[in-house]
Design a protein. Structure first.
Length: 644
């Protein structure tokens, strides 16, 4: 017998369309979100992903179509979180998610006070107290502080920062705090728009684990491929105003999309072939004996729903990048570098040597000094102590998104032509490789998105001919297609690259070595991020085994000590027992002697002597009773202390 498994649809978009002026963003987009789904929403920047999320929440009204939310289902959206008073602390912000539980606590305290003073109403108050307590426990009220602490620590906040007011945090930290508040709120459906921005790798991997175990449903926009690989059970692609959903994680989506694109290409080609043959037939016979049939075929052609030409996959293009001149074999050497800001020591005793052709990723938590290290290598910041030596013929190209060297009034094409010795065709070719195609090359810098500006800056950096690139988060604001284009470009770069990134796929694609900031120093690991992570897990597993071994040895040592102590106790008890038995024997003997004296009539001829003998007898008898009692106590203790 077959049983149907009921799948609860918690959120549904039916044929959603959205326009902004004369530009259509969404065209009959549909998506059914099932309970416990983990859906990754992907697509190029500007394809409408955020617009779609805002339509789902009601923040934007769709021009056509319907949004259905299942009864009783709560929806949380990261950008819907309100602005908070700057005096609000990080802890208070996250705890505000538990406002209902905190209200229940107040009710319970009030009821407890009423019960203490109640008379005839005691039974009614106790019933209400039991009901509120059950609701509070069912909502896991006693654990809300631990839950809030776990989220804040997981997202990279130290316990010292819990009591800091919002005004003291950076924009990225405030975004993380808003994410923490939303996670603590635990809505039935989480809608997250690029939640991995501003997260270091440790926090990113914590978020992955949190979302995998999350009791509700998750729909997340992300360009982080490894993140999607690890959490998604479905991937929905929004592109060219249409949405297509695929089952499985990111790698499964890539395979299915390739098959789907091939099928679309073949269907388009078959239709084009049919159209050409039909048009040829119409041209040949529209004025002859078969003109009626030709008109019929023209009618069929007019009614035919034409397929759009498939966008096609962006094939990796070969790059031939030239640098102005080769650097020396030793590009830069750091010797015992230290740097502190007031009381906070960031780097201490840092040593590192970069050689010609190295491609090294610099990893570490936010705020550990990675960007500071780059600025010291650049010479923009002084070291507190130590020495930085640059090799001969080293020319540095530095990418930092807050220092983009672009002219807002220039087009992308002008930025390349005015800065490099390239003709129009060459400039367009280079721009095309960085995904500036067709009319994109005429877009003004001032009108570009953050991702477009980043791509243009990276292209200028590579074209500058510098032989040593320092890249600080080069893939921020880039969509997946752009990240892959940058990867392809940097893989073919012939110089030296030292870069900061939290994009693990990007690190895997570029890095041959990984340097990690640990305990204010640098630890070098050969290989890419996946290799480093594998070794890190092995190290953690070995430490866990060692910790268990130490614990077991400590426990065994404690057991040995306890056994020795027990043996000493038994030995002492045995000695006490033997002494008591000897004492009892002597007392029994003395008692018998005194009884013999007291039974002699002559004893009573001397009144003083008889009183003394009686007194001795009573004393011996009392001592004997005490000795027997102590003997029983020692015997009982010995029996209880015996092993087994």
């Amino acid at each position: 017998m077959l049983f149907e498994v009921s799948i609860l649809i918690v959120l549904q978009a039916n044929k959603i369309s959205k326009w902004f002026g004369d530009r259509q963003i969404l065209d009959n987009v549909s998506l059914a979100v099932n309970e416990r789904d983990r859906i990754g929403l992907v697509g190029p920047n500007g394809s409408g992903k955020t617009t779609f999320l805002k339509c789902l929440t009601g923040e934007l009204t769709a021009d056509d179509g319907q949004i259905i939310i299942a009864s009783g289902v709560s929806v949380g959206y990261l950008e819907q979180l309100p602005e908070h008073d700057y005096d609000t602390t990080a802890w208070d912000l996250v705890m505000s998610s538990f406002a209902g539980l905190i209200d229940q606590r107040r009710v319970l305290r009030t009821l407890e006070q009423e019960m203490a003073e109640a008379g005839e109403d005691l039974e009614r108050i106790m019933e209400k107290y039991a009901r509120v307590t059950e609701e509070y426990e069912r909502a896991n009220g006693y654990a809300c502080e631990n839950f809030a602490r776990r989220i804040l620590v997981g997202l990279g906040f130290s316990s010292e920062q819990f009591e800091q007011p919002m005004a003291t945090f950076s924009g990225g930290q405030k975004t993380r705090l808003n994410l923490a508040r939303l996670l603590a709120e635990s809505p039935d459906v989480l809608l997250l728009d690029e939640p991995t921005n501003h997260l270091d790798i440790t926090a990113l991997e914590w978020l992955e684990a949190f979302l995998r175990d999350y009791a509700g449903t998750v729909l997340v926009v992300s360009h982080d491929r490894m993140f999607l690989e690890r959490i998604a059970n479905r991937v929905a692609e929004l592109d060219n105003r249409k949405l297509v959903a695929y089952n499985g994680n990111y790698s499964s989506y890539l395979k299915q999309r390739a098959v789907n694109n091939l099928a679309q290409q073949r269907a388009f080609e078959r239709q084009q072939e049919y159209i050409q043959k039909t048009e040829e037939y119409i041209r040949r016979f529209k004025a002859g004996i078969k003109s009626k049939q030709a008109r019929g075929r023209q009618s069929q052609l007019d009614r035919l729903q034409r397929l759009d030409r498939p966008m096609g996959e962006m094939e990796p293009k070969g790059w031939s990048i030239e640098i102005n001149h080769e650097s020396a074999q030793e590009v830069v050497e750091l010797k015992e570098i230290s740097k502190a800001f007031e009381e906070q020591v960031l780097l201490e005793g840092v040593n590192l040597k970069l050689r010609k052709g190295d491609k090294i990723a610099l990893l570490g938590p936010n705020g550990c000094g990675k960007t500071t290290l780059f600025k010291m290598i650049m010479g923009e910041m002084e070291t507190d102590c130590g020495e930085i030596r640059r090799g001969s013929r080293v020319t540095i190209g530095y990418f930092a998104q807050e220092h983009e060297d672009l002219v807002d009034s220039h087009t992308a094409l002008e930025e390349i032509i005015y800065n490099f010795d390239l003709n129009l065709e060459q400039a367009r070719t280079w721009l095309g490789r960085m995904l500036f195609t067709e009319d994109d090359v005429f877009k003004k810098v001032g009108d570009m998105s953050g991702g477009e500006r980043g791509r243009l800056c990276l292209l200028k950096l590579v074209l500058s001919g510098a032989n040593f690139l320092l890249l600080d988060e080069p893939t921020n604001h880039l969509d997946i297609e752009s990240r892959e284009a940058v990867e392809n470009m940097l893989r073919n770069y012939p110089g030296t690259i030292f870069f900061i990134s939290h994009d693990r796929c990007f690190i895997d694609a570029i890095a041959e070595q990984v340097v990690v900031v640990e305990d204010k120093a640098l630890q070098l690991c050969w290989g890419n991020y996946s290799y480093y992570h594998e070794k890190l897990l092995e190290k953690q597993a070995a430490q866990e085994i060692e910790k268990k071994a130490i614990h077991n040895e400590s426990r065994k040592s404690a057991q040995d000590d306890e056994q020795k102590q027990q043996q000493r106790l038994l030995k002492n008890l045995q000695r006490d027992l033997e002494q008591l038995e000897e004492e009892i024997t002597l007392l029994e003997k003395r008692k018998t002697e005194l009884e013999s004296i007291l039974s002699d009539p002559l004893t009573y001829n001397n009144e003083e002597k008889s009183r003394e003998i009686n007194s001795q007898y009573r004393e011996v008898q009392q001592h004997l009773e005490d000795s027997y009692r102590r003997w029983e106590e020692v015997s009982d203790t010995m029996e209880a202390s015996q092993p087994g």
